[in-house]
Structure formats: structure tokens, C-alpha cells
Design a protein around this ligand. Structure first.
Ligand SMILES: CC(C)(COP(=O)(O)OP(=O)(O)OC[C@H]1O[C@@H](n2cnc3c(N)ncnc32)[C@H](O)[C@@H]1OP(=O)(O)O)[C@@H](O)C(=O)NCCC(=O)NCCS
Length: 170
């Protein structure tokens, strides 16, 4: 029998806002932190409307990773706002699993996934590229500190295939 996963993944709730602020602070440059008010909006009214979905990974009760997606039904697009995994769990497969869980929660009307990444974020770019994301646009000074943003995109089918993840109706 395979060993149980050393983490558990579940839907984030408004009470997780403080832990998500701390996760941001550990894993992102200052300019990219979401403040507690923004987290509470994402986890509260936007989640209730089905516009945003945040999944958190916990180890012994502590948040060690998270992914945030925004559903844009008219465009059929899922936008990944943020993914973060604490340093000790990088390279463990948790980032892929968070991505796979978000996809499993994505209804069949969605056909494309997009996200922005800092040009100099080599590790994240390699993570996305391995999953089939490809750069479609550069946004000069797209980040508050003047760093360029690279917009990446992938079809949901390709991403599911890369993750070995079944579709929502499979
Ligand atoms: C982005 C993130 C979630 C990816 O998770 P991860 O566990 O690091 O992903 P992986 O271990 O699969 O590594 C991704 C790639 O980077 C490579 N890598 C490992 N260590 C690296 C390092 N120090 N520098 C650059 N690349 C590195 C891996 O070998 C892998 O490349 P491969 O596809 O050739 O094997 C994680 O790195 C993270 O939380 N980063 C900080 C927050 C962040 O930048 N989020 C993304 C914002 S857009």
C-alpha cells in the first residue's frame, strides 16, 4: 500500500486568512503579498459566489502551501492568482498536487488556464513549463517593483494530461 500523503489539502475558509498572509510573507517578495483584507475577500464573498477557489495544504495542522484560482466563466478561463509551497516541501510533488486538485474542482466549461509570473522567477517558470504552460505575452514592468510579467497559458486538456489528472466528468 502506498504511504499516505504527508499533507492534507482542503478548501480554505475565512479563518485561514492570517495563516495565508504568513505563507505569502515566507514565499513571495513583499510587493506580491496579499494583505489580510484581500485574503478575507477572496475567502469570503468571492468564494461564496464561486468566483474564487483557494485550496490549502496542511501538515500537522499548519498551512504549508496554497493555490488560488479565479473562475472566468464567460471566457472559459481559470486564472491562477497564486501558488506557494514552503521551502522544505519544494520538490516534493505538493505544488503539482495542489494544481491537480484545483483542476479537479474546475467545471467542464473551462478550457484554458492562465497566470502571470515574474520574469526572474526561474523555479516557478520551470514548474509551469513542465506542466505544459507556454508564454503568450510579456507585460513590461507588470509588477509593482518594475519587474516584467510573463503571461503563461495552457489548455485544460494539456494540463490534465501533464498531471495525469482525470477530467471533472471522467
Ligand atoms: C512555484 C512553486 C510553487 C513550485 O513548486 P516546487 O515544489 O518548487 O516545484 P518543483 O520542485 O517541481 O520545481 C520546479 C522546477 O524548478 C527546478 N528547481 C529546483 N530548485 C531550483 C532552484 N533553486 N532554482 C531554479 N530552479 C529550481 C526543479 O528542478 C524543477 O525543474 P524541472 O522541471 O526541470 O525538474 C514553488 O517553487 C514556490 O512556492 N515558490 C515561491 C512562490 C512562487 O514564486 N510562486 C509562483 C508565483 S507565479
Amino acid at each position: 500500500m502506498p504511504a499516505p500523503a504527508p499533507w492534507s489539502i482542503s478548501d480554505a475558509i475565512p479563518a485561514d486568512a492570517a495563516e495565508l498572509v504568513a505563507l505569502d510573507q515566507r514565499n513571495f517578495p513583499h510587493e506580491d503579498w496579499f494583505d489580510r483584507r484581500l485574503w478575507r475577500r477572496i475567502l469570503g464573498e468571492q468564494a461564496a459566489r464561486g468566483q474564487m477557489l483557494t485550496l490549502v495544504a496542511r501538515q500537522q495542522g499548519t498551512v504549508v502551501g496554497a493555490i488560488v484560482g479565479e473562475f472566468r466563466p464567460r471566457a472559459g478561463r481559470l486564472l491562477v492568482w497564486s501558488i506557494a509551497v514552503d521551502v522544505p516541501l519544494r520538490g516534493s510533488g505538493l505544488a503539482q498536487q495542489l494544481t491537480a486538485e484545483l483542476l479537479q474542482r474546475t467545471p467542464a466549461i473551462y478550457h484554458q488556464v492562465g497566470l502571470d509570473v515574474r520574469r526572474d522567477n526561474v523555479r516557478a517558470r520551470r514548474f509551469y513549463e513542465r506542466l505544459g504552460f507556454h508564454p503568450v505575452r510579456e507585460i513590461p514592468s507588470g509588477y509593482a517593483d518594475g519587474t516584467d510579467a510573463i503571461r503563461y497559458q495552457v489548455s485544460l486538456d494539456e494540463l490534465r494530461h501533464a498531471l495525469g489528472s482525470p477530467g471533472p466528468n471522467d
